[in-house]
Design a protein around this ligand. Sequence first.
Ligand code: NAP
Length: 251
Amino acid sequence: MSAQRVAIVTGAARGIGAGVAKRLASDGMAVAVLDLDAAHSQVVVDEITAAGGTALAVGADVSDEASVAAAVELVAEQLGAPTVLVNNAGIIRDNMLFKMSVDDWDAVMGVHLRGAFLLARATQSFMVKEKFGRIVNLSSTSAQGNRGQVNYSAAKAGMQGFTKTLALELGKFGVTANAIAPGFIETEMTHATAERMGVAFEDFEKAVASQTAVNRIGQPEDIAHTASYLCSAGAGFVSGQVIYVSGGPAD
Ligand code: NAP
């Protein structure tokens, strides 16, 4: 039997990241549940452990170089070489361009792009050494443009170019890189958006579902299922792709 694969999922204390972490653990991987606050990650770790899986709570800020280096070192020591990486941590700081602050621009770029870059750079040597790696980056349908999200849509479009270049650079070492671009998924992020817009979540959900081909909004498990496939050994000939998991055509 081959050694247990080790995955790092960022922003995994809740929402999509928690769904992905639980799914990869049930697929048999040892999972580092990385989030800003390790105490929040511990809740997901306990769920994984209770279900018979292996997981480790890791506290780190993905936008901070030293924090990422320490986190990856901890994972390698405690779980083994991380050869699966899901760059999921994300924030939104929505505003129309004329009202958007430089801090809101930088914060979004920092978590999504700088964070994904730092994690990929810190883990690639383990993947290259093992001649196996799976990198999944969270993009969004907003990559195609969304009012009030000039920072977020730029970051999410950036994730797609980042993914394709990782695929080109790392492919010969058995490492694939793909992006998942979710549509509307029910998480604290989308609940917060509804609240900010002053709409009840149920009304928001109905409106979005009515414009979605499958007539519903998504759940974290929808994204976890796609991540599970992309991280599987059998998906080794799929690389540099952007998969829209949005209940219909992307636009
Ligand atoms: P969420 O519920 O807001 O969860 C995001 C997680 O990331 C939180 O646990 C958060 O921690 C963590 N995080 C934020 N900044 C971090 C940092 N600097 N370092 C480490 N962790 C950090 O979001 P979600 O809806 O699950 O979204 C997950 C990903 O999918 C994001 O990249 C998002 O852009 C993308 N996405 C979501 C949707 C959607 O409809 N929900 C659609 C398209 C794409 P704290 O709780 O401590 O802040």
